[in-house]
Design a protein around this ligand. Structure first.
Ligand code: DC
Length: 225
C-alpha cells in the first residue's frame, strides 16, 4: 500500500530541503508544488498580464502547460516545454506565484494536476494546501514552520549560495507579505490541517527535523499494517 506525506507551511520554513532529504531517505517521489505555482506566475509575468486581473489570468490558463520531470533525481518544471527551474527561483516569481495562487481557477488546474501525479505512488509533497486539500487522506501530515526572522536569514543564505546578494530586512518584509497573502486568501488559505503534526524548525537542524519525520513515518506505517 502506498504512503503519502503532506508537508505544508509558510515560505522559507525549509519545506523543500526537508522534503527532498526525507524523500531520498525513504525512496519516495518528491513533488514541490510551489514550483508549479511559480511557473504559472512566470507565465503570467511573461505575458505582461496584470497580476490583479483575475479574468484575464483565468482566460490565459488553457495556454499554460506545466509538467514535472525528474533528471538525476531532481525535479524540473517545464512551462510549455521549456525548463524554467532557474527562472522560477526569483523573489519576483515567488510574489507572482503567491498572487496568482489566490485565484480559484488557478488552484483548480494545479490541484488536479498534483493529484494526478501523486496517484497511488509513495510521495512526499510540499506546499500550502497539501494536507487540507490535495492529499486530504495522507496518513502523515506535517506543518513545518519557523519564525519570520529565521526564515529570512535562511533565504538570504540560500540566495548568497546562488550568487545573489540581498538585504535581510527586505527579505523579511517580503516573507511577512507573502505569509499575509497566503494565510488570508479566500481559496485554500495556508493553515494547519487538524490532523497535522506541527514542527517548529527555528532551533532545529535539517537532520533533526528529518529524523523527527522519519520517526513519525515508522510509527504511522507500523500502526497502518
Ligand atoms: O513554496 P513556494 O514559496 O515555492 O510557493 C510559492 C507560492 O505559491 C506561495 O507563496 C503560495 C503558492 N502556493 C500555494 O498557494 N499552494 C501550494 N500548494 C504551493 C504554493
Amino acid at each position: 500500500m502506498s504512503f503519502q506525506i503532506a508537508i505544508d507551511g509558510p515560505a522559507g520554513a525549509g519545506k523543500s530541503t526537508i522534503a527532498r532529504k526525507t524523500a531520498s531517505e525513504l525512496g519516495f517521489l518528491y513533488i514541490d508544488t510551489g514550483a508549479m505555482y511559480r511557473a504559472l506566475g512566470l507565465y503570467i509575468l511573461d505575458r505582461s498580464i496584470p497580476l490583479d486581473d483575475e479574468a484575464a489570468i483565468e482566460a490565459s490558463l488553457p495556454g499554460a502547460d506545466i509538467q514535472l520531470t525528474m533528471e538525476n533525481g531532481e525535479q524540473h518544471v517545464l512551462l510549455n516545454g521549456c525548463d524554467v527551474n532557474g527562472r522560477i527561483r526569483t523573489e519576483e516569481a515567488g510574489m507572482a506565484a503567491s498572487k496568482v495562487s489566490t485565484y480559484r481557477a488557478v488552484r483548480k488546474k494545479l490541484v488536479e494536476c498534483q493529484q494526478k501525479i501523486a496517484g497511488s505512488l509513495d510521495v512526499i509533497m510540499d506546499g500550502r494546501d497539501i494536507g487540507t486539500v490535495v492529499l486530504k487522506n495522507a496518513p502523515l501530515k506535517i506543518f513545518l514552520t519557523a519564525s519570520p526572522h529565521i526564515r529570512a536569514l535562511r533565504r538570504k543564505e540560500d540566495l548568497a549560495l546562488r550568487g545573489t546578494a540581498a538585504d535581510l530586512q527586505e527579505i523579511e518584509e517580503d516573507i511577512r507579505k507573502r505569509d499575509e497573502q497566503d494565510m488570508n486568501r479566500a481559496e485554500s488559505p495556508l493553515r494547519q490541517a487538524e490532523d497535522a503534526v506541527c514542527i517548529d524548525s527555528s532551533d532545529l537542524t535539517i537532520d533533526e527535523v528529518t529524523d523527527k519525520i522519519l520517526a513519525l513515518v515508522r510509527e504511522r506505517r507500523g500502526s497502518a499494517s
